[in-house]
Ligand binder design. Sequence first.
Ligand code: RTP
Ligand code: MG
Length: 156
Amino acid sequence: ASKMGSRKERTLAMIKPDAVTQIGDIIQMIYSKNLIVTKAKMTKLSWKQAADFYSEHQSKSFFNNLVQFVTSGPMVAMEVMGDEALSTWRKILGPTDSALALKDTPNSLRARFGTDGTKNAAHGSDSLASAARELEFFFPSATGSGPPSTAKCTDC
Ligand code: RTP
Ligand code: MG
């Protein structure tokens, strides 16, 4: 049970198509930081689904490359839970650009399993509101009442 004042959160961790074969090592990295995996789903997104998931980036120059990349094969979406799950998972990831990660944080997930600024092995939600939206995207609530406004744990 969570105590008052704890920072227990849930976030969406997604293994991108270039790193699905590394799922074993990636799950080890998650558990080694005291986070747990509470849901998982392997799925190949359509172009429309990927464009919707990444709609915040639709005006960016890299948008088409990004959608092309994440629709190139199956991905693994996971709900990851624990103390400060959002920032802990993003710290495991390392910087967005895997080439930079290799120089600066060689033990990070993107250094180990990614290639460059687009093919970077995995994704993590960047805010509690994004996490709520992204978790609802992959793991819709049975009520169909839409996403909760936050992924901070009150009932988990
Ligand atoms: P993510 O959302 O995947 O966890 O990564 P992030 O927050 O570190 O990076 P973000 O800025 O949200 O970008 C989303 C994804 O778009 C691809 N990207 N390509 N210049 C480029 O070619 C470029 N910049 C971003 C990456 O796959 C990045 O993770
Ligand atoms: Mg992002």
